[in-house]
Design a protein. Sequence first.
Length: 169
Amino acid sequence: MPLHTRCSRLATSLVLATQLAALAGCTTSPPSEPGTATTLSEAESAEIRQRLDAMADTQMAADAAALRQSMSPSTIAASAAAYAERVRRKVRSNIVFDDTGIVGNPSAVVAVSLAPDGSVLQRKLMQSSGNQKYDAAVLRAIASSDPFPRASNGRAPARLTLTFRPKNE
């Protein structure tokens, strides 16, 4: 991750932590005497962690929306196509299948649902290649490729449709 991205995320985290501390009624100055700092209960700590997570998610969503608005539709389409190709190459490297005896080069189309971290939530064969063994090999390869890489914005898309052919393309 580039240094400027790490610094930006660190600054955002610091701002969010300061805002949360203010919401919780904390001051930003250290205690006047050593050992007089108050400790939080487990419930308070958990609540603060939840609030920080929610604030961070909100900030990331706002950043992503701003980025989408600043990008042209052709740039977004090119980025999505590049990501899909990256994932397709990863899955293809995990396909174990002997393509001898297959007539032509049929395609299997698979819809994949992803969590933001790239974990595969669901995979569904949308169009069969006509060869059950190849279709099963593709679905196994998707499972073997879990998790998928994240996109350039740090998150994976919610849904992805991938096409695979048994013979080199």
